[in-house]
Design a protein around this ligand. Structure first.
Ligand code: ADP
Length: 172
C-alpha cells in the first residue's frame, strides 16, 4: 500500500515552492496527494477545477503524485484515504503560529493523524501564491518561481500579453 501523505492547501496557484515540497516529500513517502481545499475563507483567483487542471498537467508524468479537492474538515477528508500524515510547508516564523494552531487543532480532532512540516528551500522562502498574483498583476515577471504553464494562466487571468521567452541581446 505504501506511505501516503496528504498535502492540503489553496494552491491558488501552485508555485515552485509547493512543487519543491512535493518533490522532497517523495523521498519519504510513496505517494503524495495534493488536496485543494474548496472552502477556505479566501477568495480564490482560480476555480478549483482550474487549479486541479494545472496541478494534474504539471504532474502528468509522476504517477505517485495525485491531485484531489475536498470540502469541509481536512481531518475528515484524510480519514477517508489511507494516509496518516498531513504535509505542510514552513517558510518564515510568520507561518509558524498559524500552522502550529492548525496542526494542534487537527490532532485534537483526530489523534491518529500527524502533521509533518518541511522547511522551504533557500530559493523559494519568499514565494507565496499571494505575492505571485500581486507581482503578475502589476506586470512583474515570475519566471523561475512558478512553472511556465502557471505564469501563462496568470497572465490570461489578468488579461496581460503573453510574450515569448527570448534571450536578452545587447543589440535590441
Ligand atoms: P493555505 O491557504 O492552506 O496556506 P497555500 O497554497 O498557500 O495554502 O500553501 C499550502 C502549503 O504550502 C502551506 O503549508 C504553505 O506553508 C506551503 N507553502 C506555500 N508556499 C511555500 C514555499 N514557497 N515554500 C514552502 N512551503 C510553502
Amino acid at each position: 500500500m505504501g506511505k501516503v501523505a496528504i498535502y492540503p492547501g489553496s494552491f491558488d496557484p501552485i508555485t515552485y515552492g509547493h512543487i519543491d515540497i512535493v518533490e522532497r516529500a517523495l523521498e519519504i513517502f510513496d505517494k503524495v496527494i495534493i488536496a485543494i481545499a474548496e472552502n477556505t475563507e479566501k477568495r480564490p483567483l482560480f476555480s478549483v477545477e482550474e487549479r486541479l487542471q494545472m496541478v494534474r498537467t504539471l504532474f502528468k508524468d509522476a504517477p505517485n503524485v495525485l491531485a484531489d479537492s475536498f470540502k469541509g474538515l481536512l481531518v475528515n477528508y484524510v480519514a477517508k484515504t489511507n494516509a496518516k500524515v498531513i504535509l505542510r510547508g514552513l517558510r518564515a516564523t510568520s507561518d509558524f503560529e498559524y500552522e502550529f494552531h492548525m496542526a494542534s487543532m487537527n490532532r485534537s480532532l483526530n489523534t491518529h493523524l500527524d502533521t509533518l512540516f518541511m522547511m522551504t528551500s533557500k530559493d523559494y522562502f519568499f514565494v507565496s501564491s499571494r505575492t505571485i498574483k500581486e507581482v503578475t498583476k502589476l506586470g512583474g515577471g515570475v519566471e523561475g518561481l512558478v512553472p511556465d504553464l502557471v505564469a501563462r494562466r496568470l497572465k490570461e487571468k489578468f488579461k496581460l500579453p503573453i510574450t515569448k521567452k527570448r534571450q536578452i541581446s545587447w543589440d535590441d
